[in-house]
Ligand binder design. Structure first.
Ligand code: GRG
Length: 295
């Protein structure tokens, strides 16, 4: 069982990486410096959760992985842009990302701003390589990704996060931030994969519920691991002149309640997949792998 998931993940990652390599401008294309920085950030060893979810959602809806590759690469490019900008000195001021020096540490702050902008723009260029399906046009997919990246979701979540720094937040405040910061892009990854497979409306609705619960559970597990894995925690705060207090699920709910909430959301996520048969088994296993980490 575990090795079949490992094989599935390895194959999906290598398909996504090969597609991404083909889509991204080469280092040799002028100006080489920005293309080198983009490739440095994209090929830095991320888990590729979002594109894997796109491919598995397409399969759950009876589609082919290859049709979902533009959507899969587009969500990973948007994710990478958000990480590059999130790490900037004016945001989280992180020195390390994916175990390597952050973009601004290697290429300078100005280049990191531009690199994030270029990755975000590239996400839409790549998404335009998707094919329109009977129920969904490429335009529909572009709208889906734009809404996710905009001020109501990713950017809005980051704004709420910034405004919440140093304040004591409630559970509802945290949910609002992480629905926008984390769950929205995971949900869009699933929905775009499903749209590439011409999903039926009820399949799309089920995957939307799945993504929302999965995203919140994923963030809670991430917050718990930050507390329980001290070395990771140290890595995240290294390089900051001043450590800004941020509310997290464990700081607001306590560790026990956070674990219970993660388990409740995991069950909710799995339940949302009940309308699917065994074609959604990869999605179920991926969710298990994302959420059943040691916490
Ligand atoms: C637009 C600047 C800007 C920010 C938007 C998404 C976001 C808000 C910031 C990114 C940083 C962050 C901590 C997001 C929360 C979601 C999360 C746990 C991201 C890490 O995702 P993984 O674990 O990372 O999938 P890898 O490196 O494996 O891809």
């Amino acid at each position: 069982m575990k090795s079949s998931l490992d094989d599935y993940l390895k194959k999906a990652v290598s398909q996504v990486d090969a597609a991404m390599d083909g889509f991204l401008p080469l280092k040799e294309e002028r100006p080489g410096s920005i293309h080198e920085a983009m490739r440095y950030c994209v090929f830095a060893g991320g888990k590729r959760l979002r594109p894997i979810l796109s491919l598995a959602a397409a399969e759950a809806c009876g589609g082919k992985r290859k049709h979902a590759l533009p959507a899969a690469c587009a969500v990973e490019l948007m994710h990478t842009y958000s990480l590059v900008h999130d790490d900037l000195p004016s945001m989280d001021n992180d020195d390390l990302r994916r175990g390597r020096p952050t973009c601004h540490k290697v290429y300078g702050e100005g280049m990191a701003v531009l690199c994030g902008d270029a990755l975000l723009t590239e996400a839409f260029i790549v998404l335009c390589h998707a094919k329109s399906r009977k129920r969904y046009s490429v335009g529909d997919m572009v709208v889906e990704l734009s809404l996710t990246g905009g001020s109501r979701k990713l950017i809005g979540g980051q704004v709420l996060d910034l405004e919440g720094e140093g304040k004591k937040l409630s559970k509802d405040d945290l949910v609002r931030i992480h629905e926008a910061k984390t769950a929205a892009l995971l949900t869009a990854s699933l929905r775009l994969g499903a749209m590439s497979a011409n999903a039926k409306p009820r399949q799309l609705a089920a995957l939307t519920k799945f993504g929302h619960a999965l995203g919140l559970a994923f963030q809670i597990v991430d917050d718990i691991l930050d507390v329980t894995q001290t070395t990771e925690n140290l890595g995240k705060t290294a390089g900051k002149d001043q450590i800004v207090e941020k509310s997290t699920y464990p700081s607001v709910l306590g560790l026990d309640e956070s674990r219970k909430e993660a388990a409740r959301l995991t069950a909710e996520a799995m339940g949302a997949l009940d309308i699917f048969g065994e074609e959604a088994d990869p999605l179920r296993k991926i969710a298990g792998w994302m959420l059943e980490r040691e916490y």
